[in-house]
Design a protein around this ligand. Structure first.
Ligand SMILES: Nc1ncnc2c1ncn2[C@@H]1O[C@H](COP(=O)(O)OP(=O)(O)OP(=O)(O)O)[C@@H](O)[C@H]1O
Length: 772
């Protein structure tokens, strides 16, 4: 396996001015196993989608390079995406699933033997040999292979085309911890074989977390950390943020960066403590020792704080005196240092720049420089950390705000100490009312995310300046890779053949269409016995018309419903495979029509054979075949309508709920329920959009022509039997001028029209869902 490196520069993604990803710089080497971690809504999936060219909405800015190149037209063949949902056909086995994926995605020149070998290799790599020939199951069918095995089949489907980068969305979701470990270890072994793998993950246990080479830590679309997974803990330690012993580092990291986390004050407290500790130590001696002019900034801040701290002064006169003295001395010191450090600061800056240059050209040296920074922090560790913080303060207003949080708190009641300890600073105040008021305010502050946002901004800007960022996110990175040539997949006709073969296999195994055939026989038997040997009396006229109407409507409904229960689910698979450019919409749609049609011919034939003779309709060969033809056409209209509704609906549920709304006008305007002559002229045009109205016209004319009727005694009115000739009946019901031939043609025209509309709906749906 040959992996490809991925590099992003200032990747920013926004939807309607809402920034989802902000300035993401990454440099992922080939063969690395990278984990994207962050709280819910952090932008993990969006980042994965952006990297895999799956965002077809919003504004994507910045650059993405795959193997040093921007994405070319055919470049997508270099990567594969494993969706969070295991979308696959339940009535296929893992081996068949991978084989069909191979027929769509592998090179058109691949022989069957090569494809079989590749499938066998993937089954072995993913440890799926045991269940290779078991039906996948699930998805409304009986249970088949396990959840972990399904996940691995899902991964396997992406591997058939031999990608260089694999994007995996939440591979462990819905799996128990043991199965999750198995899935991740399979991915790890793939990355060890050279494949670059990026995956989003939710709350991984330690064992899983440790398997990743690199960690992308996101919060609110911002990069908080990108670097080696194993060094993430060490990175945050330098800010006094320490994962408690025994706590899962991944959980701790998510808690740390979650903006709305009310527990966040815990980290602020840690951070505050750390800052104060460093400040104290720095104050003791580092001020004069340091050569960096930036270090005077905290003192500047402190000076301001003291100037503003009027309440404290009132409370403690003695303290105020001391403070005033300190202030004086600090101001003097500041002046001294500013003068002294002007030249030395410039020198130091130069030195830093030099180091940075060195870092970017030599990764080993960069490591050294980075560890020198860490050792700086261990040697005079406190000094170094304070330096980093003060740099951030002086360089960026945002951080100044962060540092001011405690200072301004005394004015604005933003009191970290009281937040973190839960005790009021004015604990000596005896006024209970005041205390109560204060506690109320504190509770409000705890849930306020302003502070945590600033805390996050601090972490983000701190990361931007860190050597980790220079080394892992912004460096030139891996140069040892080879870009595979885009794969030219099989011809569309071969894919159509594969789709038809898959369609017949799944239709027969799922028995959906078999059920449709059986249903039509049962319905025909039932209706045949209700109308058994329909009479030729006056009552028989209405019965015959009812029977003809019912034959048409029942076939429309049965075929419509049989499609609605199957196609929307297959549409999900179609959309998934279209993302991978497996085949064209035309091929999929055509294969569905080809697989559906034989069942939609067989069912009406069996229906007619059973019903026609049971009910005792006109015994004439022509009449029989015209009846059969009309029922076949109407059955196919029902399935075409089902295709249209399924293709145009987003979910199977929507398609099912729209179906009755389309059937009601078909029933109303067919000409049996309501006399079409009596319909208001404003609505009467609808009958021409009702295929059943044409069908009923053809069948009534077909049945009643040349048929003789008699009267029972009770039906004779004033000694006359009103309707004895079929022609009189046709005249009475306004079917006299109907042409059987043209009515059948008009009715049959609905099939191509609805099929075409279905195709358009599917194309539009594909465009909407996947952007092409
Ligand atoms: N199409 C969209 N339109 C509007 N907002 C969107 C869209 N897609 C994502 N977002 C928003 O972008 C943010 C990031 O979403 P994303 O799904 O990438 O987060 P996530 O980290 O993967 O979350 P989770 O772990 O819960 O899946 C969310 O606030 C989400 O509401």
């Amino acid at each position: 396996m040959k992996g490809l490196p991925v590099k992003t520069t200032n990747l920013t993604f926004s939807i309607n001015e809402n920034t989802i990803l902000e300035n993401i710089n990454l440099n992922i080497n080939s063969g690395e196993f990278v984990c994207i971690l962050g709280p819910s809504g952090a932008g993990k999936t969006t980042l994965l989608n952006a990297l895999s060219n799956r965002v077809h909405y919003g504004d994507l800015e910045g650059n993405i390079y795959y193997g040093g190149q921007k994405l070319s037209k055919n470049g997508e063949s270099a990567f594969a995406f494993v969706t969070q949902e295991d979308i696959m056909l339940p009535s296929l086995t893992p081996r068949e699933t991978l084989d069909y994926a191979g027929r769509f995605l592998m090179s058109g020149e691949t022989t069957k033997k090569e494809r079989d070998d590749r499938v066998a290799e993937i089954l072995r790599m993913l440890r799926l040999n045991k269940c290779a020939d078991t039906l996948i199951g699930g998805f409304g069918k009986k249970r088949g292979i396990s959840g972990g095995e399904r996940k691995r089949v899902n991964i396997g489907m992406s591997l058939v085309k031999d990608p260089q980068i694999l994007f995996v969305d939440e591979p462990t979701s819905g799996l128990d911890s043991g199965t999750a470990v198995t899935v991740i270890s399979v991915l790890k072994s793939l990355s060890q074989q050279g494949l670059t793998i990026l995956c989003t993950i939710h709350q991984p246990r330690k064992q899983i977390f440790d398997m990743f080479d690199r960690l992308i830590l996101l919060s609110s679309g911002k990069l908080v950390y990108y670097g080696p997974t194993q060094r993430s803990e060490e990175y945050f330690q330098q800010y006094g943020l320490q994962c408690p012993k025994g706590e899962n580092i991944a959980d701790w990291l998510i808690d740390l960066i979650e903006v709305k986390n009310v527990k966040q004050h815990k980290f602020l407290k840690e951070f505050q403590k750390h800052k104060k500790k460093k400040k104290k130590k720095t104050r003791k001696g580092s001020m004069l020792k340091t050569k960096d002019q930036n270090q005077i900034i905290p003192n500047k801040g402190r000076r301001k704080k003291k100037g503003r701290n009027t309440r404290k002064k009132k409370r403690n006169h003695h303290k105020r005196k001391k403070n005033s003295k300190e202030k004086k001395s600090k101001t003097q010191t500041k002046t001294k240092i500013t003068k002294k450090s002007k030249s030395k600061g410039a020198h130091h800056k130069k030195k830093n720049n030099k180091n940075n240059k060195h870092n970017s050209t030599n990764s080993e040296a960069s490591e050294a420089s980075e560890s020198s920074e860490s050792s700086e922090s261990s040697e005079s560790s406190e000094t170094s950390t304070t330096t980093e913080m003060s740099e951030s303060i002086s360089d960026n207003d945002k951080e100044v705000v962060l540092f001011k949080l405690t200072e301004t708190s005394e004015e604005s009641d933003f009191d970290f100490e009281s937040i973190t300890t839960g005790r009021s600073r004015n604990s000596n105040t005896k006024n209970k009312k005041q205390k109560k008021k204060k506690r109320k305010k504190q509770r409000k502050i705890q849930t306020d995310s302003v502070g945590t946002h600033k805390f996050l901004d601090f972490l983000v800007s701190q990361y931007q300046k860190s050597s980790f960022c220079q080394k892992y996110a912004k460096s030139d990175g891996d140069k040892t890779y080879e870009i595979s040539k885009p794969v030219k997949t099989a011809k569309e006709f071969s894919k159509l053949k594969a789709l038809i073969s898959r369609g017949f296999k799944t239709t027969i195994r799922e028995k959906s269409k078999i059920i449709r055939v059986v249903q039509s026989v049962i319905v025909a038997l039932f209706v045949g016995f209700v109308f058994f040997d329909v009479s030729s009396t006056q009552d028989g006229i209405r019965d015959r018309m009812g029977l003809l109407f019912f034959a048409l409507i029942s076939n429309t409904m049965l075929s419509l419903i049989s499609v609605l229960f199957v196609l929307p689910k297959e549409k999900i698979i179609f959309l998934k495979e279209s993302q991978d450019r497996a085949y064209s919409t035309k091929s999929f749609y055509l294969s569905k029509v080809i697989v559906d049609t034989p069942f939609e011919v067989l069912s009406p034939i069996l229906f007619t054979l059973v019903l026609y003779w049971t009910a005792g309709l006109k015994s004439n060969v022509d009449t029989f075949f015209i009846f059969m033809l009309c029922v076949i056409i109407v059955g196919n209209i029902g399935s075409s309508l089902g295709f249209f509704l399924s293709a145009g609906s987003r979910t199977p549920e929507t398609a099912l709920s729209i179906a009755p709304a389309t059937l009601i006008p078909i029933l109303m305007f067919a000409g049996f329920v309501v006399d079409l002559e009596s319909i208001p002229s404003a609505l009467s045009w609808i009958q021409y959009l009702d295929p059943v109205s044409f069908g009923l016209g053809a069948l009534v004319k077909n049945e009643f022509t040349d048929l003789e009727f008699s009267c029972l005694d009770k039906e004779i009115i004033q000694g006359i039997c009103p309707l004895t000739k079929g022609e009189d009946i046709l005249k009475y019901y306004n079917y006299e001028d109907v042409s059987i031939f043209w009515n059948i043609i008009y009715m049959a025209l609905f099939i191509p029209i609805l099929r075409f509309l279905g195709y358009l709906a599917l194309k539009i749906s594909r465009k909407k869902e996947i952007g092409r």
